[in-house]
Design a binder for this molecule. Structure first.
Ligand code: GDP
Length: 336
């Protein structure tokens, strides 16, 4: 069993790779809900939706969110009615928000609503919200405190950021199954997701960090930072606001109390060497997931490394891994 902590965009690409490599039934995903919002009166959980769509094959690869081939008729109609339309929801996407909102209004928990939607969409992996309680990522800016979606989607992450906090976290509990999924997994993978606003909210839920400390399997993270910059989005700005450098060293620092292995991009070989000098196990490989093959190759490599050679042959076939800074990737017989 593999447990994955994930956000929406980078996480969904990685999860798309994982589902190509191991049976979905063996994957439990613990998903950030700090971005959740009420939109047009509906409960929207952007990261759960992205992961659900990735696993059901519905995710739009062009946009990286929402349903592929979706139409936006309702959005246009809402615009004509003078309603806000800065958060784009396609029509089929909207159906999921409607169903989830109805289930919640009937008294179901977010976990239960998620399980029902997954079952209806044919998702075989287990998707767990990090918590059934409301934990809200709040971004403090000179213009005031914003929700994550206001900061990210409505305002295009142009505001300077003072700090980030997770409102409600201290009173939250992990959703049912979360702690057991972490402690009993053969490996725990941290997706290449934003360390502050995707993985940060998950870690803020009391008990989850402690569960990582007592996890049976190895814990491996894939860096969302490549060449001292995020592949996309505001991770660098948010890391700086939280006192972390925008580098693989910053990612390692965010996870330092539980991380066994950091998987970073081959172009960060020099930084990797520095981290190894401090005692962290670091592997360099190609981590940019442009194609479906990139995604499955990265998933294979990370699984192989985290599961202690269980999938070694597949990893060797899937991509080049290097433990040594600045040297050519070893041949498959040299794989660790
Ligand atoms: P969000 O919930 O939509 O913010 O999504 P995530 O937190 O899961 O993903 C955002 C992060 O994914 C960003 O920090 C990006 O740098 C990272 N990311 C996106 N695509 C890639 C990729 O192809 N490779 C790697 N290594 N990171 C990526």
């Amino acid at each position: 069993m593999i447990c994955v902590l994930t956000g929406g965009t980078g996480g969904a690409k990685f999860v798309d790779g994982l589902r190509q490599v191991i049976p979905a039934e063996q994957i439990t995903l613990i998903v950030n809900t700090g971005d959740d919002l009420l939109w047009w009166g509906l409960y929207v959980s952007p990261d759960i939706d992205s992961i659900t769509y990735a696993l059901s094959g519905l995710l739009s690869r062009e946009r990286g969110w929402g349903v592929k081939g979706d139409t936006f008729l309702c959005l246009q109609a809402m615009k004509q009615l003078g309603e806000p339309i800065w958060f784009h929801t396609g029509d089929r996407d909207l159906a999921v928000h409607l169903l989830r909102s109805r289930l919640l209004a009937e008294g179901k928990t977010l976990s239960e609503a998620t399980a029902i939607i997954c079952q209806k969409l044919g998702v075989k992996a287990r998707i767990l919200p990090m918590s059934d309680s409301r934990v809200e990522t709040r971004v403090d800016t000179p213009s005031g405190e914003l929700s994550f979606e206001e900061y990210f989607v409505q305002r295009w992450y142009q505001d300077p950021v003072n700090s980030v906090r997770f409102a409600g976290a201290s009173d939250a509990e992990p959703a049912p199954g979360v702690i057991d999924a972490i402690t009993s997994a053969d490996a725990v993978l941290i997706a290449p997701s934003n360390p502050i606003t995707s993985i940060g909210p998950i870690l803020s839920v009391p008990g989850i960090r402690e569960a990582l400390h007592s996890a049976k399997g190895k814990i491996a993270a894939v860096s969302p930072i490549v060449g001292n910059a995020p592949v996309a989005g505001p991770a660098g700005i948010l890391m700086a606001a939280q006192g972390l450098s925008c580098s693989i060293a910053g990612v390692a620092k965010a996870y330092e109390d539980f991380l066994d292995l950091l998987v970073c991009d081959s172009r960060d070989a020099r930084g990797a060497e520095g981290l190894r000098g401090k005692g962290l196990r670091v592997q360099c490989t190609q981590t940019i997931m442009s194609s479906s093959e990139d995604r499955s190759a990265l998933a294979r490599t990370v699984l192989s490394l985290a599961c202690g050679g269980l999938l070694r042959d597949e990893a060797a076939a899937g991509g080049s891994i290097s433990e040594a800074s600045g040297e050519p990737a070893p041949t498959s017989s040299e794989q660790p």
